[in-house]
Design a protein around this ligand. Structure first.
Ligand code: FES
Length: 154
């Protein structure tokens, strides 16, 4: 099970930037490494991407935020809104063209669902690290927590 930890402070993304589903919007979050990390209690910047996964009332469940650093060897993944544009070798490994947007790593072609960061192809040992949307106000989406592993292994 994924464990989450509060960021140093919540990151706010304007709701106006997340009106349309499947338009990724980058952000930077700030955390502090945990006491159990090799480099404890150090500030860490987490580059992330957030996407709205469904139209309708803004609700925390309608947004998905992930860390863009690939869990394989650390390259930054790219957002691919149209899975029809994926490289042929990636589609071959998946067995079919995915029905929704994905993230893909340019280094060794690991691919992940944009909906939840789950791994769908490639050598990455797991899905993308996730951040948690903790609140949605009339003006902004608040990203308040990050997977603990990001604050241990960064
Ligand atoms: S670094 Fe992303 S697949 Fe290797």
């Amino acid at each position: 099970m994924r464990r989450y930890h509060p960021l140093a402070r919540p990151t706010l993304v304007p709701l106006a930037d997340l009106v349309m589903p499947w338009r990724a919007r980058p952000f930077v979050a700030e955390g502090v490494t945990l006491a159990s990390a090799a480099n404890p209690n150090q500030p860490v910047r987490v580059s992330g991407m957030i996407v709205r996964t469904a139209a309708g009332d803004p609700d925390v469940d309608r947004f998905s935020a992930v860390c863009v650093r690939c869990p394989h060897e650390g390259c930054d993944v790219d957002f691919v809104a149209d899975p029809g544009r994926l490289p042929a070798e990636v589609v071959t490994e998946m067995g079919q063209i995915p029905s929704e947007a994905v993230y893909i790593c340019p280094c060794h072609n690991s691919a992940f669902k944009a909906r939840d960061g789950e791994r769908i192809a490639g050598p990455a040992p797991r899905g993308l690290y996730r951040l948690r949307v903790t609140r949605v106000s009339e003006a902004a989406v608040e990203i308040g927590e990050v997977e603990e592993d990001v604050l241990i292994f960064t």
